[in-house]
Design a protein around this ligand. Structure first.
Ligand SMILES: *Cc1c(COP(=O)(O)O)cnc(C)c1O
Length: 640
């Protein structure tokens, strides 16, 4: 942190990188607050997060909250469809684009409805990967021209449901993951006399790089090998059903970081498609799966949390790659299906949490004036502090202080020094560390041992939320999600911090941030005045995070506000819907408790104490009401 020039919004932008990961939707405004431009076609519309926070508070909705920007979702759907359509016409590609949204990425009904609605002009469809998802998709994807793609392992009920979809006039494609599914599908479709649409999922040799590379290669969990694909096609031919084989599917992994993997897979898929054509199986669709990445860290690189390509490059590689092989092989251009989920939903939601406390490395200090007969360790460490400004070897001072502190702990355990003396030694130790930190700021080469000082001296800000509920992937797979202050970025940060949540789990923390275009374990932040309220935004949580969270410590689902932009409103938005998060009763019931009975039991115990004279009758009523209100209340900290 340089303190010598005036801090500007550009400095804040460089430090926090909001525009780099914001996907064109998020920026830091001139007033230092994060702003959302939910509709790229209307740049005049800008929603200030401060206004959202104020309205949420006024409505009496407790934090943490999930904020959904429906217009962001719509514009992502339009964006991918327009990108494919324009590239298709530019390339004179003869097939059409028929994308589907895989609902596993975010199954919230409002999200699925918005995607279906925004995608209607493009006949954009849905994908399901389980029986529950299939039941939802059958009810919500009613457009007879859009595809319903069914992946995942299937039982007889699953297949029957897919055939029900055919009866309802839908383009339901059953993608075969396993040879036995094909036998079941053929048997049931003959039994029910309903013609299926069949896809084959190919196990690919093209590998995605990054966290999900296990989705392809020989050990992939899903898909058919080349011999199985050939056998499947021949089996359908024998059964007189060759014409029902319409789609070739592959999916090489999520969050593909390197464009080369996509080119590779398209090439391989196009070859399989062409050969099947040559063998007398004229498939109509090639489904290239999902995997379109999100630049979570804003680096535009092949980092696990980034990607080295744009939407337009991705689309161009799919369309031109497919066209090149098909033209070479003299087969028709297939319709192109994608199953991008992450890329469609990640930006549309974020979590707003409040900072509710600070855990300081060197919080409390004792008075350390020299006393008669004090222990030599205490004397040594005080003298080190007193002479620190003359010390040239910072490393040596650091080593001495650390060693004496360690010795002090041993001495305390051996009953050589008192608790009070140990407290004073710790106080002096942290004062030395603070001063060393100041001194080495002006030094060109920081010695090894001192490089961790910024981290060890930084505060931990306690935030009212649970990592396990709201940002599962930061814990499970070290995914980076951007976290930034939502207001006050016009002022220069003066301290460093990492973040911890309110679960009783030491894994409930965030200590990887993208700061100054690098991954760091602390984030600069403005220190808070006592009782000052500050809100942080955890961004890009719309894909997977929204729906994968668990109830660790019985922290439940978050309150949600659904925001629509509205040009005629002074703040450019209105809250269209509030979805209440879990109550304590809800989460207890899931764990098999009976909250109503519990309330009666506790009331009975209170009544007994009233009868015993331990509690006044009037207080007894209050305690009873209080217990019941807490059961009905929110699972997170109440801060108002
Ligand atoms: C998970 C999954 C997707 C979605 O992948 P994204 O990386 O979110 O686009 C698509 N297709 C299949 C088969 C999947 O399993």
């Amino acid at each position: 942190m340089t303190q010598n020039k005036t801090w500007t919004i550009e400095d804040a932008e460089r430090t926090y990188g909001v525009s780099s990961w914001g996907g064109g939707y998020f920026h830091i405004g001139e007033n230092g607050n994060v702003k959302v431009s939910p509709d790229p076609s209307n740049p005049s519309m800008r929603i200030d997060f401060k206004a959202v926070i104020d309205e949420v508070s006024q409505e009496g909705i407790q934090f943490p909250v999930v904020v959904r920007f429906h217009d962001v979702l719509r514009s992502q759907v339009v964006g991918i469809n327009e990108a494919f359509n324009s590239t298709i016409s530019e390339a004179s590609y003869n097939g059409e684009y028929r994308g589907v949204y895989p609902i596993k990425v975010n199954q919230m009904r409002e999200v699925v409805e918005e995607i279906v609605d925004a995608g209607a002009p493009y006949d954009f469809g849905l994908e399901a990967g389980s029986k529950s998802e299939l039941l939802a998709v059958l009810a919500y994807n009613t457009n007879p021209n859009s595809l319903t793609i069914l992946n995942g392992y299937k039982d007889e009920e699953f297949i029957r449901l897919s055939l029900l979809g055919r009866k309802l006039g839908r383009k339901v494609v059953v993608v075969i993951e396993k040879y036995s599914e094909l036998l079941m599908l053929v048997r049931l479709s003959k039994e029910l006399n309903i013609e299926p649409i069949i896809g084959l999922r190919s196990k690919m040799t093209a590998m995605g790089k990054g966290k999900w590379q296990g989705s392809s290669g020989e050990r992939a969990k899903f898909g058919l090998t080349i011999p199985e694909i050939i056998n499947s096609a021949r089996y359908l031919e024998q059964e007189g059903m060759a014409h029902t084989l319409k789609l070739l599917h592959f999916h090489i992994g999520s969050q593909l970081t390197d464009i080369r993997a996509i080119k590779d897979a398209v090439n391989e898929g196009a070859r399989i498609y062409s050969e099947l054509h040559g063998m007398g199986f004229p498939l109509e669709y090639v489904d290239v799966g999902g995997g379109l990445g999100i630049d979570y860290d804003g680096s535009k690189s092949t980092n696990d949390s980034s990607r080295n390509y744009s939407l337009h490059e991705y689309v161009a590689d799919v369309i031109y790659g497919m066209k090149e092989i098909c033209d070479l092989e003299n087969v028709p251009h297939p319709h192109i299906v994608t199953e991008s989920g992450r890329a469609i939903t990640a930006h549309h939601s974020c979590v707003i949490t409040e900072i509710v406390g600070e855990i300081k490395a060197d919080g409390a200090m004792l008075d350390t004036v020299a006393a008669e007969g004090e222990h030599i360790l205490l004397k040594n460490i005080r003298e080190l502090l007193e002479n620190l400004s003359n010390v040239t070897n910072l490393q040596e001072a650091y080593n001495d202080a650390s060693e004496w502190k360690e010795q002090a702990v041993s001495a305390f355990k051996l009953r050589v020094i008192s608790l009070e003396e140990l407290g004073k030694i710790e106080t002096l130790y942290w004062q030395i560390m603070r001063q060393l930190q100041l001194q080495y700021r002006d030094v060109e080469f920081v010695p090894d041992g001192l490089q961790h000082l910024d981290f060890s001296l930084s505060s931990q800000y306690l935030c009212n939320f649970s990592i396990f509920q709201s940002a599962a992937d930061t814990w499970a797979i070290d995914q980076i999600l951007p976290v930034v202050p939502l207001t006050g970025m016009d002022q220069e940060p003066d301290i460093d911090c990492s973040l911890v949540d309110i679960t009783c789990d030491s894994d409930g923390k965030i200590d990887r941030f993208v700061i100054d275009r690098a991954i760091q374990n602390i984030m600069p932040i403005r220190s808070l005045a006592p009782n000052e309220k500050a809100h942080l935004g955890l961004f890009l949580t719309g894909a997977y995070q929204d729906v994968m969270g668990d109830m660790h410590n019985l922290f439940g689902r978050l309150n949600e506000v659904h925001i629509f932009s509205y040009d005629d409103d002074p703040e450019d938005f209105y809250i269209e819907e509030v979805v209440k998060g879990s109550s304590v009763e809800d989460v207890l019931s899931i764990m098999q408790y009976h909250p109503k009975t519990m309330a009666i039991d506790v009331k009975r115990q209170i009544d007994k104490q009233v009868a015993n004279g331990q509690i006044l009758p009037r207080e007894g009523v209050k305690w009873t009401d209080f217990y019941e209100n807490c059961l009905e209340g929110y699972t997170y900290l109440k801060t108002e």
